[in-house]
Design a protein around this ligand. Structure first.
Ligand code: GDP
Length: 296
């Protein structure tokens, strides 16, 4: 069993401990709300999302002056922010396809391997594709995961057209009648325009072969860079196909508060979280459990 509180301990310390102190400080409600605003901003929750939370707390906390009442309202508010977008994952049907996008180093390949293992342990036949043909290391890394997890990996020649590698993988996936195809893509942002059109090409090829696919396109964001993850994400919003966020590296960072502004500002649900370097360090995202791990 993964202990989420422990995995999120640095973010938890950053948020919960300060709030504990604040609520124990015998300040009045207005002073508490002012200080809470600062605390939330310092915890990487972002200014606009924090303002929204405080405004709701101001409206709803009139009846309570008790610190516990304010804490309960805050926790409810965090769940509400994180649940604005539906977190359900659409990969249960046979012959589902998911694409992973994001900048290099964000945790894309590792997150893909974790998801492969997650579905494999639920009895699915999974296949992985190294469509990042521009980085030999990325292809190699996925092959190593494939060997370790005993999951087939389709890869192309170095520098091959990612769309054609995807096409070949789709044929093999179809022929073998596997359940789930996970595609790793390139993440260079210095050739941003090309990258986005490349992603669109990959997406088109997938939907030509399977009408409802890709069911998921995950943008992998690194939680340890806090608010900068939003700046990174905005580049990828130019690509219209995103269905959700895989938020990686939530362990070992105090900046996990960025999860709130990611959902609130990008208007995309977080669907999975990464909480370590191992293949089992993955959890489907639950707003209630996340808020609980931060505050209770
Ligand atoms: P990519 O370039 O986006 O494919 O990123 P990688 O998958 O190669 O990951 C970059 C680094 O982040 C590697 O050292 C991973 O082990 C590490 N990493 C990925 N996910 C997590 C996570 O959830 N927690 C921690 N602590 N490290 C992670």
């Amino acid at each position: 069993m993964i202990n989420l509180k422990e995995k999120l301990s640095r973010t938890r310390r950053n948020i919960k401990h300060r709030i504990d102190e604040l609520l124990a400080s015998h300040k009045n409600r207005e002073e508490i709300l002012d200080d809470l605003m600062e605390t939330l901003i310092l915890a990487d929750i972002g200014i606009s999302t924090t303002e929204k939370i405080i405004e709701h707390l101001r409206e709803n906390s009139r009846k309570t002056d008790s610190p516990e009442g304010i804490r309960a309202l805050l926790q409810k508010e965090i769940v509400a922010i994180l649940s604005q977008q539906p977190v359900e994952v659409g990969l249960e049907q046979p012959q589902s396809v998911a694409v992973f996008v994001g900048v290099n180093g964000g945790g894309k390949t590792t997150s893909l391997a974790k998801l492969a293992r997650h579905y494999q342990s639920n009895g699915k036949q999974v296949m992985m594709v190294a469509a990042d043909t521009f980085r030999a290391a990325a292809q190699e890394q996925l092959s190593i995961w494939g060997k370790r997890l005993n999951i087939p990996v389709i890869r192309g020649q170095y520098g091959a057209d990612p769309a054609s590698v995807t096409y070949d993988a789709l044929q093999s996936f179809k022929a073998k009648q596997f359940d789930l195809l996970l595609i790793d893509t390139a993440g260079r942002i210095h050739t941003n325009a090309n990258l986005m059109s490349e992603l669109e090409k990959i997406q088109k090829i997938i939907s030509r072969e399977f009408v409802r696919a890709p069911q998921e396109v995950f943008l992998v964001l690194d939680a340890s860079i806090g608010q900068n993850a939003l700046i990174q994400a905005r580049e990828f919003l130019k690509f219209s196909g995103l269905t959700g966020i895989f938020l990686s590296k939530l362990d070992g960072t105090a900046r996990g508060g960025c999860a709130l502004s990611i959902v609130d500002e990008l208007r995309l649900p977080i669907k999975f979280i990464g909480i370590g370097e191992g293949d089992s360090d993955i959890l489907p995202f639950s707003p209630v459990e996340f808020a609980d791990a931060l505050l209770s």
